[in-house]
Design a protein around this ligand. Sequence first.
Ligand SMILES: NC(=O)C1=CN([C@@H]2O[C@H](COP(=O)(O)OP(=O)(O)OC[C@H]3O[C@@H](n4cnc5c(N)ncnc54)[C@H](O)[C@@H]3O)[C@@H](O)[C@H]2O)C=CC1
Ligand SMILES: CC(C)CC(=O)C(=O)O
Ligand SMILES: [Mg+2]
Length: 363
Amino acid sequence: MKKNIAILPGDGIGPEVCEAATKVLSEIGKMYQHEFEFTFADLGGAAIDKTGTPLPAETLSVCKKSDAVLLGAVGGPKWDTLPGDQRPEKGLLGLRKELDLFANLRPVTIYDALAEASPLKDDVIQGVDLVIVRELTGGLYFGEPRERRGEGEEQLAVDTLVYSRKEIERIVRKGFEFAEIRGGSLTSVDKANVLESSRLWREVVDEVAKEYPDVKYSHMLVDNAAMQLVRNPRQFDVIVTENMFGDILSDEASMITGSLGMLPSASLSQDGPGLFEPIHGSAPDIAGKGIANPLATLSSVVMMLTYAFEMKDEANALAEAINDVLEAGHRTADLTNDASNALSTEEMTNQVIDALAKKAVIS
Ligand SMILES: NC(=O)C1=CN([C@@H]2O[C@H](COP(=O)(O)OP(=O)(O)OC[C@H]3O[C@@H](n4cnc5c(N)ncnc54)[C@H](O)[C@@H]3O)[C@@H](O)[C@H]2O)C=CC1
Ligand SMILES: CC(C)CC(=O)C(=O)O
Ligand SMILES: [Mg+2]
């Protein structure tokens, strides 16, 4: 099969983890006789430096023409003093909006081999298998007006949280669909004791729930959800929530697995190409050192193979290869206290490729 993949390395560790992903994809292409064609394009700070804008028209066009988009991460201190609407992150938000990527799936998968890397106790993390379904194109990150008003002591900063019934309906339906497919339950997370948008969210969840009589569902306030995620994460199956709550809860949930460097994501629209990216940022503190954990990005490739290309065997082989290298004891620095034995990004990637090759020999 021939697939056109837009690669947006972005900033900081973004190019490092994207290099890992393209190497692994090329290997999978060779193993399974697929032609993965990569088209590189600029996003975020890298795009600002080249073109003056975080989302150049050319990048958007490359993404729209692709079968799937792979993204590293954007942002960094170099661009921190730019006004909000010119920052690298605005490029990513713009891309999500332009591609209508309203459904962001963030699975939290536990690897037995990483139990010691998690700050949570063994018996708390065992059996955790949950997915956060985050609304991605609405809410506080997109609401208007967004501005500064006044001067000095009188200065005000304004952000706006808006959700339409339609926006809520489509993401909540996705949440129920996933819960139904998984034969599991749904927890809708909001702040309905304070926010009007959350009260509408709750009403919509109760209405949509009628279409899914087999799915057990409940509501939970976001502050409680943040606590429950570390107290007893096993109680959750599918969590559906709005943009900002999902952003924050997913970074928190990543630590159940042992590191932010482990969590992948898929951002999907109703039809066009999906975008696949690790949930972490550009990690300026480790950028350029070659020590970033590539596994969140490689697991995002698993999601790309699954959701964008329906390549089930290839996805399973890569997921198993990742598990195998962890079982064999290979760790990047974020996953171990034994810094002297930590693998670089490149070494970890090569381990995954070796594990994949062994699978090919066996099968
Ligand atoms: N999707 C995106 O492009 C995102 C971009 N950002 C941007 O990234 C920049 C840095 O943000 P931070 O708050 O520092 O969050 P971050 O996610 O970049 O890093 C947080 C911490 O996790 C570590 N970390 C992250 N990914 C890792 C990996 N793969 N391997 C090992 N360690 C890893 C970092 O070294 C850092 O200590 C900011 O400009 C922010 O706006 C933040 C989140 C998402
Ligand atoms: C630009 C940010 C909203 C990116 C982020 O933190 C995320 O999507 O997790
Ligand atoms: Mg985030």
